[in-house]
Write a protein that binds this ligand. Structure first.
Ligand SMILES: Nc1ncnc2c1ncn2[C@@H]1O[C@H](COP(=O)(O)OP(=O)(O)O)[C@@H](O)[C@H]1O
Ligand SMILES: [Mg+2]
Length: 224
């Protein structure tokens, strides 16, 4: 028990350091942008628009960190009852339709109407939304994402760029982002949240795929 408490404390300290580190980059950019905007002759509107993006990035990070901490403290109950999957997957599909179209990624929902998954609705939404947003961001134009559910299984399978095989085991780590993803916006916490939610419901996550073979994420839940 002592050992466990110590290991947990180390994890927490590391997490705090990592969050602070992740906030430094957008803060430094924000400062530089505001300084440039204060100079005469610059394109103030463009600089302020970029400054706003940095603030949005920081807000996303804070939201994700808070959500994770609520999950950890047990204040957010994950597995209360079960939720019909199809309407939630369709809601994710509809809400992300515009950004999917902009990214030229097709999202297909595939779930029999009767299938339920052992998560609260909000949690199922969070998981599916994170998986779909990732495909939109990283799969690349022309890719198709299938968001599917069957008894005890939630799957997000895309046929996009994928990631290096040796990176697959690190996908669910907090703040992990592949080198290619670093240029785009993101917190690196999405899949950590997915894993946490699924594990809190007694389930497991699994990733497969490879470069040019897309990414497949499977969440499996124990039978009720
Ligand atoms: N569908 C996907 N295709 C290729 N790479 C992906 C996909 N989903 C996630 N990744 C990789 O996994 C990393 C971690 O994802 P995530 O935890 O959601 O963080 P974020 O999206 O904020 O970067 C991404 O930065 C990206 O490198
Ligand atoms: Mg993500």
């Amino acid at each position: 028990m002592m050992e466990e408490a110590r290991a947990y404390e180390e994890l927490r300290v590391g997490f705090t350091a990592a969050v602070s580190h992740e906030l430094r980059t957008p803060l430094a950019r924000l400062l530089a942008l505001l300084e440039s905007a204060a100079l005469p002759g610059g394109d103030r509107d463009a600089l302020l628009a970029k400054a706003r993006e940095q603030v949005e990035e920081m807000s996303e990070l804070v939201d994700d960190v808070l959500f994770l901490s609520e999950l950890e403290s047990g204040r957010e109950v994950v597995a209360l009852g079960s939720t019909p999957a199809l309407p939630v997957l369709e809601e994710v599909h509809d809400r992300l339709a515009d950004s999917a179209e902009r990214a030229d990624v097709d999202i297909v929902v595939d779930a029999p109407p009767a299938v339920e998954l052992p998560l609260r609705r909000r949690m199922l939404y969070v998981v599916a939304e994170n998986l779909a947003e990732n495909a939109i961001r990283y799969a690349g134009p022309g890719a198709t994402l299938t968001l599917g559910a069957r008894t005890g299984v939630l799957e997000a399978n895309d046929d996009g760029r994928g990631i290096e095989e040796d990176e697959l085991p690190r996908l669910f780590e907090r703040f992990f982002r592949s080198d290619r993803a670093r240029a785009s916006r993101g917190t690196g916490l999405g899949l950590a949240i997915v894993k946490h939610v699924v594990a809190s419901a007694g389930g497991e996550v699994h990733a497969s795929g490879g470069p040019g073979r897309g990414l497949q994420i499977r969440c499996t839940f124990p039978a009720p």
